[in-house]
Design a protein around this ligand. Structure first.
Ligand code: GDP
Length: 372
């Protein structure tokens, strides 16, 4: 190496301009874009409330769907438009039968909604199928999932199927569904189904927005009445036992008798209507007309005795207070300064330097609360 340096005056062979070991070749030229006409996507402009309302009142499904998307959005700009649309649609809403349908997963809700829906649509009119299902993976934007669940309805021109809004708490999800009902009614949907999975709290939310609450049950385990929360049965205006087909018919009838006698133990509901228990088969389409006759009878009954209007008034009141409650809570926790203060007070509470009550009152703005 020393000899080399002495000979060339260059300390490393690779620095020698004659060194050809590391040639850098010209790279390949950049390939053209696949679609030469592709332009960067422009941000879509938000539709105006007036345009959406006009479309909705004409029954335009595209604009209805757009408005529902805004209702479901958390973005403040979207919510502002959604609120305006809801207000303008409100005078055109209210003229539908709102029917809640619940049942545990596998009870046959999708199959039944498909056939019930077709049955209803045979008499004309339009049907919207909405859902409240905050827990479901299925609801995460999977419209396809819901479309395949209700095969026949999903291709029916007079049916509008919308999966559950996915974001947020149960209360939030339920409120969005309730607002979507208003938009659907303004768009001329005179039958609204609201589906929920019968495993938790969502029944109460559905009950607070429908006129008739249908509970789908299964027979066959011998202890049907166990595991059903008393509250859910009390809310039901009708109980229907699905899969009453094949060798399951006898078990379904037995379950029917059990439910009937269990219902006798409950006081008469405020509607004055004694809930009925029927057997049917969604899959084989047996007993569908009977289920619907029962629902028709219920509507005539409560329209005549005034309960229909009373229930709607109660529901409107419920949603007013529910919205106040949730908004107050949101505004309280959203404030970043308060969030810091909450953490600070929490530490003090845990260190026994401040009582939980004093901390709460102070956070609520009552500075005079003494430190306990
Ligand atoms: P969901 O989870 O409540 O929506 O229930 P599905 O409608 O998806 O039904 C669950 C399973 O029960 C499916 O395999 C259906 O084919 C089946 N099923 C639904 N209705 C009936 C019925 O009336 N009779 C019978 N034998 N099977 C049914």
């Amino acid at each position: 190496m020393e000899d080399n340096k002495a000979a060339t005056g260059i300390d490393h062979p690779e620095n020698d301009p004659r060194f050809t070991g590391l040639n850098v070749n010209a790279g390949v030229s950049q390939p053209p874009v696949v679609n030469p006409y592709l332009r960067p996507r422009r941000r879509q402009q938000l539709p105006s409330a007036a345009d959406l309302v006009e479309g909705i009142l004409k029954g335009d499904v595209t604009r209805l769907a757009k408005a529902v998307t805004l209702v479901e959005s958390m973005a403040p700009a979207h919510q502002a438009i959604a609120r305006e649309v809801i207000e303008k649609c409100l005078p055109h809403s209210g003229k539908s039968r709102r029917i809640g349908i619940t049942g545990v997963p596998g009870a046959g809700k999708s199959t039944s909604i498909d056939v019930f829906g077709l049955h209803v649509l045979r008499n004309g009119g339009k049907l919207a199928v909405l859902a409240i299902d905050p827990s479901s993976e299925r609801s995460r934007g999977s419209i396809l999932g819901d479309k395949t669940r209700m095969e026949k309805l999903s291709v029916h021109p007079d049916a509008f199927i919308r999966p559950s809004p996915s974001a947020g708490s149960l209360g939030g999800v339920a409120r969005k569904t309730r607002e979507t009902i208003i938009l659907c009614e303004a768009a001329g949907y005179d039958n609204i189904f609201v589906e929920t999975v019968g495993v938790g709290q969502s029944e109460t939310a559905v009950h607070s927005m429908v006129d008739f609450f249908l509970l789908i049950q299964l027979a066959g385990t011998g202890d049907e009445l166990q595991g059903i929360k008393r509250g859910i049965m009390e809310m039901a205006d009708g109980i229907v036992i699905n899969k009453a087909d094949g060798d399951n018919i006898d078990r379904a009838r037995l379950a029917q008798a059990q439910f009937r006698s269990a219902l006798h133990l409950f006081p008469t509901p405020p509607s004055g209507w004694t809930p009925e228990v029927l057997c049917y088969s969604g899959y084989f389409e047996i007993g569908i007309a009977e289920v619907w006759d029962m629902i028709d009878r219920y509507f005539s009954f409560v329209t005549q005795n005034g309960y229909f209007t009373r229930r709607r008034h109660e529901q409107a009141r419920y949603w007013m207070y529910e919205t106040i409650d949730s908004e107050l809570r949101r505004r309280f926790y959203e404030n970043p300064q308060r969030a810091a203060l909450i953490t600070q007070y929490e530490t003090q509470v845990l260190d026994n330097r401040l009582s939980p009550f004093a901390a709460a009152y102070r956070l609520l703005g009552d500075e005079n609360t003494p430190v306990v």
